[in-house]
Design a binder for this molecule. Structure first.
Ligand SMILES: [Zn+2]
Length: 148
């Protein structure tokens, strides 16, 4: 499985993450079974700062809208302002209860130009990275060049 994001949808994730900063943004990525993302459904974060927990009712409504549109829940995304695009220990324990992928959008709110996006999926008790393709020539899944 690989996730395919258009530049517009990538910009939506970026915009949402910037809007709610310093809180973490959360949303669902819905799309086709092959991995092409068709829509980003933002959810309200009801967790304290530095964590994420989607509003359960909003999540219920979003999942219903996804089904109604004939789409599949491909991934849950959340942002890491000032962080890296890895799953934290809390993220890992959350991720293992889901069959979909987990997208982390890490960015530096001070510069807005440094970001990194990675996706992971839990399979048979271990975490695998899911390749992400973002369309558009200038968009790579990370624009942080000097990081190990
Ligand atoms: Zn996280």
């Amino acid at each position: 499985m690989a996730l395919h994001l258009s530049e517009d949808l990538f910009r939506e994730i970026e915009e949402l993450s910037t809007q709610v900063c310093p809180e973490e943004a959360i949303g669902l990525l819905a799309g086709e079974a092959g991995g092409t993302v068709k829509s980003v459904l933002p959810l309200r974060n009801i967790a304290p700062l530095g964590r994420f927990l989607a509003d359960p009712y909003e999540q219920f409504q979003a999942e219903r809208a996804i089904k109604k549109a004939g789409l599949k829940l491909l991934a849950i995304f959340h942002s890491h302002p000032w962080g890296g695009a890895n799953l934290s220990p809390e993220d890992l324990s959350f991720a293992q209860h889901w069959e979909c992928a987990h997208v982390v959008f890490a960015f530096n709110p001070d510069t807005r130009h440094q970001w990194e996006l990675r996706a992971f999926i839990f399979k048979q008790g271990s975490v695998e990275e899911v390749p992400v393709k973002i369309e558009g020539e200038l968009l790579l899944k990370s624009n942080i060049k000097d990081r190990a």
